[in-house]
Structures are given as C-alpha cells and as structure tokens.
Design a protein around this ligand. Structure first.
Ligand SMILES: Cc1cc2nc3c(=O)[nH]c(=O)nc-3n(C[C@H](O)[C@H](O)[C@H](O)COP(=O)(O)OP(=O)(O)OC[C@H]3O[C@@H](n4cnc5c(N)ncnc54)[C@H](O)[C@@H]3O)c2cc1C
Length: 193
C-alpha cells in the first residue's frame, strides 16, 4: 500500500516496534517517533535490538508529530523535539499511530466502578470503599473477575490491570465461565428450599 515510500510509526511500545520491523521489510525508510529518550522504557529487548540493527529504521527520540502536510494524500509530517522545541519536516507517505488505547466503556455510565482511565475494576482491586452500599450491596467479597455489580464479570483488555495480551484475554474469558458457575452456585445456596 505504501509502495516502498518512507513511512512514520508513532509510539515506543511493542505494537509500534512490531509495526516498524514489519514495515521496514516493505518500505524505503521507517521514521520511528518516540516521546522518551529511547526504546528501553516500554519495548521488549528482542524488538529494540531488531530496530537498532535495521538500517531502514531511523529512531527519533523526544519527538512529537505536530503537523501533517499534503494535498490529496500525505506527503510529509512536521516533528517537534520536545526538549528544544525545534521542528523538522520528514517526507512520509503514511503514519501508523500506536500510542495506546481508550476503553469503550463510556456507555456504562456509572453502572460499574471504573478506574481513572475508564477500565472496569474487578475482584480484589475493587476496594470495598468503591462500592455504593445502596447500589452494590453484597454480603461477600467479589469473585476474581467480578465487577462492582454481583454477577457481572469483565475479561480481557477492558479490565483494569489486565495484561493486554491475547492469551490473557482468552484465559480470562475461560475463567469467567467457571466464575459464573460459582456465582450461580452461591445463588442456589441462598435460595430457600
Ligand atoms: C496493534 C496491536 C498489536 C497487538 N499485538 C499483540 C501481540 O503481538 N500479542 C498479544 O498477545 N497481544 C497483542 N495485542 C493485544 C491484543 O490484541 C489484545 O490484548 C486482545 O485483542 C484483547 O482481547 P479482548 O477480547 O479483551 O478485546 P478486543 O480484541 O479489543 O475485543 C473487544 C471486542 O468488543 C467489541 N466491543 C466494544 N464495545 C462493545 C459494545 N459496547 N458492544 C459490543 N461489542 C463491543 C469490540 O468491537 C471488539 O470486537 C495487540 C493489540 C494491538 C492494538
């Protein structure tokens, strides 16, 4: 799609690193833009080593994209050095942005306790002080992946503190099935015979 033209990747985590290494096989140059000093803070060593070794990937530390240029398609970007404020223009035909994700939990309103970033709080992380006694009345500690609402569970990336990995998300999904059985068992036990 990029036709061998130079591209930019924004971000210093593993997703950005994987993208940069992949794209470097297909384009003439990858401009890798990170806000920090280097790649050590958020990227796995095996990826940062590949990036260091790739002649087609150029790392720009302390860099932030401040402008996009082009008429019918992207032609260049302006990048600012956050330490000095100086800017430079880089020829770029595409920008790939890997700067984190926001959970789609706005629709929940205040139905469930969320953390400051909007992820759903579950299990032991759910301090009892977070619970609204009128709304979330409960006579037991929440199960491991249970939300502030008894019987409502969260699994995967949307869960506060989750690993943000496929295997973890799938594993948590499988765990939740087990926890729902436990929850239903508690309900059954609570029912008068
Ligand atoms: C670029 C990138 C690279 C990655 N690379 C790796 C990797 O190499 N290895 C790895 O292990 N992990 C990787 N991950 C992370 C991995 O993709 C996630 O951890 C995993 O997909 C989480 O699964 P999930 O089911 O929790 O969430 P998702 O896969 O995000 O699925 C959530 C689903 O819910 C849907 N949804 C959202 N809101 C609603 C709603 N209100 N109603 C109905 N449906 C809704 C969404 O559309 C989506 O289909 C990567 C992620 C990204 C973005």
């Amino acid at each position: 799609m990029c036709g061998g033209a130079p591209v930019a990747v924004v971000g210093g985590g593993n997703s950005a690193g994987q993208a940069a290494v992949f794209l470097a096989r297909h384009v003439s140059r990858v401009e890798l833009l990170v806000r920090g000093d280097d790649l050590t803070a958020d990227m796995s060593r095996y990826l940062s080593d590949q990036i260091d070794a790739s002649p087609r990937i150029r790392l720009h530390p302390h860099a932030e994209v401040v402008e996009l240029h082009g008429d019918r398609a992207l032609e260049a970007i302006t990048v600012q050095d956050s330490r000095t404020g100086t800017t430079r223009i880089l020829d770029t035909r595409a920008v790939f942005v890997f700067i984190g994700a926001e959970p789609c939990t706005g629709w929940l309103g205040d139905a469930l306790v969320l953390d400051d970033d909007g992820f759903v709080v579950t299990g032991p992380e759910l301090q009892l002080t977070h619970l609204d006694p009128a709304r979330d009345r409960r006579d037991r500690a929440p199960f491991l992946l249970e939300t502030s609402r008894p019987g409502v569970f969260a699994a995967g990336d949307v869960r506060s503190g989750s690993a943000k990995r496929v295997a973890s998300a799938v594993g948590e999904g499988a765990m939740v099935v087990q926890l729902i059985h436990q929850f239903l068992g508690v309900l059954d036990g609570a029912r008068p015979v």
